[in-house]
Write a protein that binds this ligand. Sequence first.
Ligand SMILES: [Zn+2]
Ligand SMILES: [Zn+2]
Length: 283
Amino acid sequence: MQLLDCHTHTELSPDSSAKFIDMYQQAKNLNLYAWSVTNHIELCRYYSQEFYATQPRNEEDFFNYALRWENSMQENQFAKELISSENNMQFINGIELGEPNADFGLAKSLYQDKRLDFVIASLHELPDKLDFYFLDYAQENISDLLENYFNILLEITKHDCYDVLGHITYPLRYIAGKFHIKINMQVYQDYIAEIFKSVINNQKGIELNTSGYRQSYGKPFPDENLLKFYKALGGKILTLGSDAHSPEDLGKGVQTGIALANACGFDKVCYYLRHEAHFININ
Ligand SMILES: [Zn+2]
Ligand SMILES: [Zn+2]
């Protein structure tokens, strides 16, 4: 089977210390057919701290993603030329575009950058809130948070600034996985239906993010039920990504994810070049 990993990070993301060369070595060891580096570009903090006239809210509150964007584009472009001349691996110049809702105009102009192959749109934090990673769920109204999250995600789907939606059940990584709070996803079914329909109508896709398999959540984002729901609504475009921030995690869970996709009725998964989906048979 041809393996792929369309969601990985290097040290150009603030939450990774992985050297590109070590990630590449691991991608070669795994014999990946397609591999994308998708460093974080958090659009809500794209400019310098002075621009926002605000203080970092914690030790991981970084600004100036504009610089990370340029560095990542250059590293990925360099890698793409090198890798395509060396072997058969498809290298994909990607980004994980966080909070495109912070500036849809900017999101669209980044999406149109000629160097870029692939954009995963993610929502890691709500306006005026910290990343879901940092929230204290004992103090939060969780149903308000999730309603707000899915509403903004729906808004994102309507803008031409992404190829796939990233880890669409991201808050569950913390609410269910870390805080062990049970969530009845049936309550949000209508929201999610609207999101999937909008994605499909706009010829975009979603990713199956396999990081949850190796975390306390124990399931991918989205899980089997939602993956079946996406398929039932006509969803065809599905990428797979480990969300690795280190070489050890590269490709992790992808084989299990492909088996799950297959069990949910998908006979193909895809990777992107120049914002165009390329399909791989998984039967
Ligand atoms: Zn993410
Ligand atoms: Zn990521």
